[in-house]
Write a protein that binds this ligand. Structure first.
Ligand code: KG4
Length: 367
């Protein structure tokens, strides 16, 4: 089966083509193309995504990116449209102006090409983003026995718009057990970077400064709060941490901020990841899961992955850490195509109809 995925929930226009084969023993997962037009440069000067601009860029880029994805997947072969069996498009959550472009474009193609299409929850897509990386060195095969070693799992989904802990009983069986009460972890990185005068997106900028600090031996120490780290639930809160950073910079003044930028970035990053790790491992223990799945843009953070491994090792926990490769950690359409495939298995493609798809900026993950 060949699936065309389309993703425009925020500031990335992404189209991916995925070949997937189901056998008795599992699945072959083979991404044929994963094309992305990033808008980072456009939004950088505003320190965050400007919805109107994002929507305008999606409108401009989506036909170009779709053509590129088809060319990359099929080269100059004839009748390529006939090869597509299924389409999947992100219908939410996200910025409504961005979602509408992808949804309407995909619905129009599905109507014109007469293809079955399904609307996908962006967060469900992120949940599957570890899969292409996992199968890469296994001849692209995801076996049923490997699946049994992964689930039940806890997924830490941390992106620019969401931070959630999801109990994943099996493919398609989810329960949100905790989420942020205010800012998302990625948003905290982005806003923190803005306070420190670092460029957007904040995650990679802060991580780069923090990495320089690790290598040096400075006497300057600061302590930022780890909000809700000991709370009895699995919720998060990051807006207070951002405010604490703001007050710190106001207290010490711009000269010292510049001088100790790396130390501050380091402590800020540690504060975010300590909370994420603590709560995720606590949930994995309580729900007795076999693995932890990291998903969303923040899962690209090197220090987060290292510290997770260190903590699992220190506590002698036999829990597998599953992490997407960089290209699948941030927004992409292969993860949407994957979610489309698993929905197809669940529902059957007869029920897929472009008329049923509506963009929903506040869409929740269905249990
Ligand atoms: O999943 P994503 O591409 O978009 C959505 O929000 O859906 O995530 C983007 C977020 C941004 O907030 C960005 O700062 C963060 O992921 N991010 C990182 C890193 N790379 C991206 N955060 C921490 N460390 C990184 N290396």
């Amino acid at each position: 089966m060949i699936i065309l995925g389309i993703e425009t929930s925020c500031d990335e226009t992404a189209v991916g083509i995925l070949e997937i084969k189901k056998t008795k023993a599992g699945f072959f997962i083979n991404p044929l193309s994963n094309t992305i037009a990033s808008q980072i440069k456009i939004h950088r000067k505003y320190g965050g995504v400007v919805p109107m601009l994002a929507s305008r860029e999606h409108t401009k880029n989506i036909p170009i990116i779709t053509k590129k994805a088809l060319e990359q997947a099929f080269g100059s072969k004839k009748d390529i449209i006939q090869k597509i069996d299924l389409m999947a498009v992100t219908k939410g959550p996200g910025l409504i102006l961005s979602l509408l472009i992808g949804v309407n474009f995909a619905k129009t193609l599905a109507w014109k090409w007469n293809k079955p299409i399904i609307g996908i929850n962006h967060l469900e897509g992120h949940l599957f983003s570890f899969l292409p990386s996992l199968v890469e060195n296994k001849k692209n095969f995801f076996s049923n026995s490997e699946c049994k070693k992964i689930f039940p799992s806890i997924c830490l989904l941390a992106s620019g718009g969401n931070t959630q802990l999801i109990y994943v009983k099996g493919i398609g069986k989810y329960k949100i057990i905790g989420e942020t009460r205010d800012d998302a972890a990625g948003e905290c990185f982005d806003k923190g970077a803005r306070i420190l005068g670092l460029k957007y997106p904040g995650g990679p900028s802060i991580a780069a400064e923090a990495a320089k600090f690790e290598k040096q031996d400075t006497q300057y120490t600061i302590q930022l709060p780890r909000p809700m780290i000991d709370s009895k639930n699995y919720d998060f809160s990051f807006s207070g941490l951002k405010t604490a950073l703001l007050y710190l910079t106001q207290d010490i003044g711009p000269k010292k901020v510049k001088k100790y930028l790396q130390a501050i970035a380091y402590e800020f990053q540690e504060a975010i990841i300590d909370v994420l790790i603590e709560k995720t491992i606590k949930a994995a223990k309580e729900f007795k899961t076999k693995s932890i799945i990291l998903a969303g843009g923040v899962s690209a953070n090197k220090r987060l992955k290292e510290k997770f491994q260190e903590k699992l090792k220190k506590e002698k926990l036999n829990i597998k850490l599953l992490v997407p490769k960089l290209e699948y950690a941030t927004d992409n359409a292969i993860m949407i195509a994957l979610a489309g495939f698993f929905q197809y298995i669940k529902q059957g493609k007869e029920s897929f109809d472009w008329r049923k798809i509506e963009a929903d900026s506040n869409l929740r993950l269905q249990e």
